[in-house]
Design a protein around this ligand. Sequence first.
Ligand SMILES: [Fe+2]
Length: 261
Amino acid sequence: MNQIINIKKPDQILEVVRKEGFMIIDDVINLKLLSELQNFWIEFFSKKNIKAFNSRNIYGNSQMLGDVNFNSSRKEKSVLLLRNRQYLWNTPIHKPTVEIANQINKYRNLTLGLPEDEAFTYSESRQSNFTQVNCYPDQGHMFEHRDTKSDKVLLSCMFNITFKGSHFEEGGLFLRIDEKKINIDDLIKPGSVMFYNGNLKHGVDQISSKAEIGRIAGYPMRQFFLNSDYPNYFKFLNQAHISIRRRLGISSKAQGNSSLV
Ligand SMILES: [Fe+2]
């Protein structure tokens, strides 16, 4: 594959994230390419496309190997966001975004000491990498949470497509480290990639965006998937089961993935 991003010394990432909680690496994504991403995703998440986001399944409950790419959104007290997921087995809706996310996922594999193609190939573990793009529009936000209940480090990664100061004025992603709140969108520059511990408390403070663009960011993801031979009613029941457990505060069994170290 064409190398379109460049991260020097990927072997140091895990050590820094263990120690500091996060690591921002500047000058990773070419700025011309980044403006291509901005043009595509600002239009994609614009108000006239809002009908495409009517699924409420933002957590991807019961996602299966072979699923189609999909959009979702939630508008409630604890969360207001729009989300797009592109899976490896489908034609990407925006190829450069998927290529960037795939390459960051490969760097994550290297820093975790895993084979470069971990979760890019089908295996019994049913993990797969994929590309997620989130938009927190004007007034968008996400409640403070940890991604799993494990005490280990969950090596997560993210790259901004829009930026505080250019596309939105207030709010943004924060990490809470030793009770200190760190506003990540004040530190991120165009072209930066961030690695962070998804098991630290984090959330998104309410966005204010006069241009009604909001905060758009790409997330190279890795999650578990169900085998595709389950019938649809199973998918429905499993989804209901997971949301009941979540409401009762009981965590799902398969939390985390091979990024948990
Ligand atoms: Fe999270």
